[in-house]
Ligand binder design. Structure first.
Ligand code: B12
Ligand code: SF4
Length: 461
């Protein structure tokens, strides 16, 4: 049983810039998307990225926070604000730009941040006064000063890869900002948590290495523990649950080892993205379990060694998949397994092979996506001439992007739907989940059943 601590014991990070008494006001917006993906319906996770932005901004500005995904309304009239700041991924970029254009038309300073503006600086610049590349923490002081001096620059970006601030200087995000909304009951019970940033593995379809390069940063383990204790204090009980938002918590195995060891006995439940190769050692899952792990999120991507080679995912060795799953399941930890279809090496048989693998290994929460070249990645450039989908709303990994070399469109879509319907049919849910106590992973399967049985090819075009 862990000890609950009071907020006074969590050190705030000193803010070197002192704001004038007459504070400017920000409106910080998490825009919705049009995706049919489950992740944007029902409960959604608190937007850690924007909460980090709001937490910093609160040091020097007045700030209001709106999350459209939970039903908060974005005001039509921005006259109460000096700055309107929005976050964007590719799948909501169109909505972001529409809101940004409206704010600019009303004479507001508009700031865009997040993955899409970072990867598409020139496009984003057409809709705002400034783009923040990567993360706010590394450029915040300069941005805050410039806003008060009315000298905002078109782009804020650390001058080199070494310019990213150490994660230990980061404040812990203030969740009360999100909880103030009357719609906050739509936030998932899984709290977002961050221990590391970056992942230099270098998969050619992924944005992370393009943003943070070879950089991989870790918080001090004590800081992570402090934040966990603080969340326990806020909740008034030790058994809180959270999701690590890290790209890859195990990129430095020694750090993950130290963190998991330190978490043993805290009484928390958690899930995290983790590299397959780290799980080749059975003791990793055993330690994760002791530390409270309920689910590990693993990018299997494909069960074909040829495809794994094609996407440069050096951390995956298909020949060891079965053994890795066994290591995790032996500890009673569930697996959220990501599977991507549509690479040129895929054939109609790839769906059957994936189905067989999932059923044989009883993967609890398989997620199926369509290979999506995200703008700004080298893979997007490589595929540009073949891409048939140019509407950013459809860049949610659930829309048909290009014709794979060995399959025609209709055959591909038919199989993509069929494999999901079969995996999430009632008898197969039962086969994959039998013996597991009734918990939220069961609930996810029920939701996935309802979602997958409704799928039609037209929804994916
Ligand atoms: C955790 C995670 C998730 C969580 C989301 C939790 C949440 N509520 O945000 C879950 C699992 C639900 C998820 C789902 C999906 N995800 Co995801 N996810 C991530 C991951 C690994 C980390 C994101 C994160 O929270 N990091 C921690 C925060 C604190 O860091 P940060 O995001 O860098 O935030 C900083 C900056 O972006 C900046 N910033 C952000 N916004 C703003 C705004 C302003 C004004 C300013 C100044 C600064 C600023 O400051 C922030 C604070 O440091 C990223 C990879 C990555 N590194 O971005 C992929 C990533 C964002 N996901 C991606 C994708 C594709 C998806 C899905 C479509 C996948 C799927 N099929 O399920 C869905 C879509 C969900 C949705 N509706 O957006 C892609 C997006 C690509 C793109 N170009 O849009 C990424 C980049 C991974 C990749 N493959 O490259 N994801
Ligand atoms: S291992 Fe995951 S986070 Fe790292 S580069 Fe590959 S897809 Fe991105």
């Amino acid at each position: 049983m862990s000890t609950l601590i009071s907020p006074e014991h969590v050190e705030p990070v000193a803010a070197p810039f002192v704001a004038p008494p007459n504070r400017k006001r920000w409106l910080i917006i998490q825009p919705k998307s049009n995706t049919p993906l489950m992740v944007d319906s029902g409960k959604v996770s608190m937007p850690l990225n924007l909460l980090m932005v709001a937490t910093m901004v609160q040091n020097h500005f007045l700030a209001d926070f709106v999350d459209e995904r939970i039903g908060d309304e974005v005001p039509q009239d921005f006259s109460g604000y000096d700055v309107v700041a929005l976050t964007s991924r590719t799948l909501n970029a169109k909505r972001v730009y529409a809101l940004a254009d409206r704010a600019r038309a009303q004479g507001k300073k508009v700031i865009l941040g997040g993955v899409h503006p970072t990867m598409m600086i020139d496009e984003a610049r057409e809709h705002c006064d400034t783009v923040v590349f990567g993360e706010i923490e590394s450029i915040y002081d300069e941005l805050a000063r410039d806003i008060y001096a009315d000298q905002i620059k078109p782009l804020y970006r650390p001058s080199s890869e070494e310019g990213w601030k150490p994660m230990n200087l980061l404040d812990k995000p203030d969740f009360t900002i999100a909880r103030r909304s009357p719609n906050s009951k739509r936030y998932s019970f899984l709290l977002p948590m961050l221990a590391t940033k970056g992942c230099p593995v270098g998969c050619n379809f992924c944005c992370t290495p393009r943003i943070y390069g070879k950089n991989f940063r870790m918080r001090e383990v004590d800081r992570v523990l402090d934040e966990i204790r603080f969340r326990q204090y806020e909740a008034g009980r030790p058994n809180i649950r959270f999701s690590f938002m890290d790209d890859n918590i195990s990129f430095r195995p020694a750090f993950a080892d130290e963190l998991f060891n330190a978490m043993v006995g805290m009484g928390v439940g958690w899930n995290a993205n983790i590299s397959m190769n780290f799980l080749e050692k059975p003791e990793v899952a055993a330690l994760a379990k002791e530390a409270g792990c309920e689910m590990l999120n693993v990018g299997f991507e494909s069960v074909s060694p040829e495809t794994i080679k094609h996407v440069h995912k050096g951390s995956n060795r298909v020949g060891r998949y079965d053994e890795i799953v066994a290591n995790v399941h032996k500890q009673g930890i569930a697996l959220q397994g990501y599977f991507i279809f549509g690479f040129d090496t895929d054939t109609a048989a790839s769906f059957q092979h994936t189905y067989d693998f999932i059923m044989k290994n009883r993967i609890e929460f398989p997620v199926f996506t369509i290979a999506t070249p995200f703008p700004g990645t080298p893979w997007y450039e490589e595929m540009r001439h073949r891409i048939v989908q140019h509407d950013w709303d459809k860049y949610d990994t659930f829309h048909y992007m290009y014709e794979p070399a060995k399959m025609q469109r209709d055959e591909f879509l038919r199989n993509f739907i069929k494999v999901q319907r079969e995996i999430y049919s009632w008898p197969n849910i039962w086969k994959r989940m039998a013996g597991r106590k009734l918990d939220w992973v069961w609930m996810v399967n029920v939701a996935m059943h309802n979602f997958t049985q409704r799928l039609t090819p037209a929804m994916l075009l």
